[in-house]
Design a binder for this molecule. Structure first.
Ligand code: MCA
Ligand code: AMP
Length: 501
């Protein structure tokens, strides 16, 4: 066996008609054998199209089991999987294609005309389609291929996936995740969260990010369990399916939305053994209210695209509201000053982490990679933290200018650059506003050159160019932006005003 992540997962796949990998919303099921066979067909198809080991496969599709098979097919064929948020506009996708130069692009049929132009310009060999029902040329063409495939051996350090994360300034960076990064993190999570035979995962996250794709799916695959596979989070559907589930992995918005329904309670959770939250801070009041209503303490963990999961509250032992737990077994962490020196417990600094799970670097950006690692190998997360006396980490903020809205990252710079391009805008500043549903949302303060553009005009303008979750929820006009004596925009002031709204 090589270090190919697929081989590690496949060794755990149960076989036979009763070994169900997925149950869909219409009640239909897909067995592990079927998933495996269809992934093999896709792997054969991609090889027949002339791909070579290490080629990228860029995928911007709606959630479907076929897209999971495509991910597995890429791993098997030694291709690098590159998932993209379905909300990205064609202009946003264009950048990723140009940067990653994929050999194959898989997109929604409705977008293929636009994407084909961009893919060709980026040198892609072929564009295939896949829709939300799992239909399209990918599946049609794969059907005529053999359903067995000899998995391409991969070394621990070979890249399995590239996930783009936006930078605080400038261009998005492709985080290169190796087979060993992903498998070591998955095996640790399987152990510490005590995943077990018979687990039923209620899967309601998107599968273009670490949380829904790697954390959730790798763990359930490692124990050969079933996923109840929802196309997206819907509180009613989650409540309908919870009684048959044992594990839910979600962002904090999942939990606030469940709690918002007065009917939600203990009876929905009768078979549940684990509610996990991450990707954004879980408020203490959500943790407490959830525990009061259901008797379950949500297990909060912390991670990043570049690092996978690094801190986790314990499965057995105290799960503490507001804390993300100690470092996981494979990770060492330190709360450090600006020079990387570890600070005493209780002092606030930047969290730095090191371990097998930490990514290999940013795709074709050696300087950016170097800038985010210390000489002794620690990765600088950009999250402000302090260590509590019990050893647990408390995330207290971010040194990076980042808004996390419903678990999606929104970079103010990107929205400001977009708004500033509008003819009626002189300048803009985007900050987070606290939000009961999404945790925080982006809002924009704008100075206009003329009053010809309204709030709705500017939001419509942003919507044309940016993924919908990045469109500022409010646009507030000012005569001028507040600046300090150095002329720097005082975002703290704007954040205060935003919080008061
Ligand atoms: C949707 N909208 C949002 C968001 N989602 N606005 C701000 N923030 C959001 N997250 C907007 C849409 O633009 C739209 O606006 C309107 O809300 C309704 O859209 P819809 O798609 O129906 O939204 P929803 O179904 O209610 O989605 C909310 C959601 C979803 C369920 C919370 O955002 C979600 O699944 N988030 C999970 C993200 C995730 O997986 N993060 C993990 C990243 P309009 O009508 O104006 O167009 S991995 C990570 O962070 C690290 C590694 C980690 O630690 O896990
Ligand atoms: P991403 O770049 O999408 O991988 O998002 C990673 C970021 O999400 C981290 O750097 C944190 O800022 C944030 N994050 C993830 N989990 C948590 C958590 N449990 N509490 C607070 N912030 C979190």
């Amino acid at each position: 066996m090589s270090d190919n992540l697929f081989e590690i997962l496949e060794a755990r796949f149960p076989s036979g008609p009763d070994a169900i990998a997925f149950e869909l919303e219409d009640g239909s099921t897909i067995s592990y054998d079927e998933m495996n066979a269809r992934a093999a067909q896709m792997a054969n198809l991609m090889v027949s199209l002339g791909t070579e080991t290490g080629d990228r496969v860029a995928v911007q599709v709606e959630k479907s089991t076929e897209s999971v098979m495509l991910y597995l097919a890429c791993l098997r064929a030694g291709l690098i999987y590159l998932p993209l948020n379905f909300a990205y506009t064609v202009a946003e996708v264009d950048y990723f294609l140009g940067d990653a130069t994929p050999a194959i692009v898989v997109c929604d049929p409705e977008r293929q005309v636009d994407i084909k132009v961009k893919a060709a310009a980026a040198g892609a060999k072929v564009v295939l389609t896949l829709d939300e029902n799992g239909q399209g040329s990918l599946v049609d063409q794969a059907a005529s291929h053999s359903d067995s495939f000899n998995t391409v051996p991969r070394a621990a350090d070979d890249i399995a996936a590239i996930l783009y994360t936006s930078g605080t300034t400038g261009r998005s960076k492709g985080a290169m995740l190796t087979h060993d990064n992903l498998s070591s993190n998955a095996l640790t999570l399987e152990r510490i969260w005590q995943w077990r035979e018979g687990d039923v995962l209620l899967h309601a996250l998107p599968i273009f990010h670490v949380h829904g794709l790697f954390v959730a799916l790798h763990c359930i695959f490692l124990v050969g369990g079933k996923s109840i596979f929802l196309s997206k989070f819907d509180a009613d559907k989650v409540m309908d399916n919870l009684p048959r589930s044992t594990v839910l992995t979600g962002v904090p918005t999942f939990y606030t939305r469940l709690l918002a329904n007065p009917d939600f309670g203990k009876e929905h959770c009768k078979n549940m053994r684990l509610f996990m939250a991450g990707s954004a801070p879980l408020l203490e009041e959500t943790f407490n209210e959830f525990s009061k209503r259901t008797g379950h303490t949500i297990l909060e963990r912390y991670g990043m695209t570049e690092t996978g999961m690094t801190c986790s509250n314990p499965y057995d032992g105290d799960r503490i509201a507001g804390l993300v737990g100690p470092e996981m077994p494979d990770t060492v962490g330190r709360v450090a000053d600006d020079d990387g020196n570890e600070l005493p417990d209780g002092e606030i600094g930047v969290l730095e982490v090191k371990g097998r799970n930490i990514f290999k670097g940013y795709w074709q950006m050696p300087e950016k990679t170097e800038a985010e690692f210390r000489e002794d190998g620690y990765f600088i997360t950009g999250d402000m933290a302090k260590r509590e006396p019990n050893g647990y980490i408390r995330i207290v903020g971010r040194s990076k200018d980042l808004i996390i809205s419903g678990g999606f990252n929104v970079y103010p710079k990107e929205i400001e650059a977009c708004l500033d391009n509008h003819d009626a805008v002189l300048e803009s500043a985007v900050v987070a506003k606290p939000d009961t549903d999404f945790g925080e949302v982006a809002i924009a303060y704008v100075v206009r050159t003329s009053e010809s553009a309204s709030e709705e005009d500017l939001r419509a303008y942003a919507r044309e160019q940016l993924a919908n979750f990045k469109v500022p929820k409010e646009v507030i006009f000012l005569d001028e932006l507040p600046r300090n004596t150095m002329g720097k925009v005082q975002k703290n002031q704007l954040r205060e005003w935003a919080a008061e709204r």
